[in-house]
Design a protein around this ligand. Structure first.
Ligand SMILES: [Zn+2]
Length: 251
């Protein structure tokens, strides 16, 4: 009984502290962790993605498309700051900048610097969210372990995960202002500006859908394919689970 009340006080104290100290904006990994993320490689001639794990043929095809699109969505938010950010995606497991482990079926997708594991029934927003960790070095902003429960934080991909008002990639990039400010902050902190912002930068709405074949003005996207480490097995394309009931299963 005594122990219980002690925990009660400690817990209450934590809430009060959190309420006064938490800034209402993006959360970043520590600087040393950001330096282990794929963001460090965005000025290389190609952004190298290694696909690994297991998938059916159709799922591997979709994984390539979504991996390229999600990567370019984050790269576009940096390209507007610095024209030297690459536009080229290369799928290769040699000199890899980002590893995506594909897992058939449903489960809890998760990420750490430069590596993510994604279940193949997850919607597109899972891909951009997990790259928010592995590529951009951002932390989750949802509270109580539940995506979409943003507390005092602004709306963001890092809060909503695969769901929410901007889940449809045909309409939205899935990024919110908070996410864009977050990756730009990390970029300037660990890499700094090298070249100037491209002239077209003000004309692009980073919150709107990205066209994979033409991700930003004056620059056709190039996607090259060299190799992968995916164990491909027979089977149909996965059915994507868009149900809100599973909204909190990604980390
Ligand atoms: Zn997360």
């Amino acid at each position: 009984m005594k122990l219980h009340s002690v925990f009660g006080i400690v817990f209450f104290g934590t809430i009060c502290f959190a309420h006064s100290e938490i800034s209402t904006r993006y959360k970043t990994f520590s600087e040393s962790s950001v330096r282990r993320c794929s963001i460090m490689k965005v000025r290389q001639p190609t952004f190298n993605i290694c696909l690994a794990g297991q998938a059916t043929g159709p799922d591997l095809e979709r994984a390539r498309t979504w991996a390229a699109r999600a990567s370019l969505t984050w790269l576009r938010a940096l390209k507007v700051l610095d024209a030297s950010v690459t536009r080229n995606i290369l799928f290769t497991c040699e000199d890899k900048h980002l590893t995506i482990n594909l897992r058939p079926g449903s489960g809890t997708s998760h990420a750490s610097p430069s590596v993510t594991t994604i279940y193949l029934t997850r919607p597109y927003g899972t891909w951009t969210h997990e790259l928010g960790h592995a590529l951009a070095g951002l932390g989750d902003t949802y509270v109580a372990g539940s995506a979409g429960n943003c507390g005092s934080q602004p709306d963001s991909l890092m809060c909503w995960g695969a769901y929410g008002p901007r889940a449809n990639p045909e309409e939205w990039s899935t990024l919110w202002q908070d996410d864009i400010q977050g990756i730009q902050y990390n970029f300037l902190k660990v890499l700094g500006n090298q070249s100037s912002s491209p002239q077209w930068a003000p004309s692009v709405d980073l919150e709107k859908s990205l066209n994979l074949n033409d991700p930003w003005p004056n620059s056709r996207e190039e996607v090259f394919f060299e190799d992968h480490q995916v164990e491909v097995f027979e089977g149909p394309a996965s059915e994507i689970d868009n149900s809100r009931s599973s909204e909190s299963i990604d980390l």
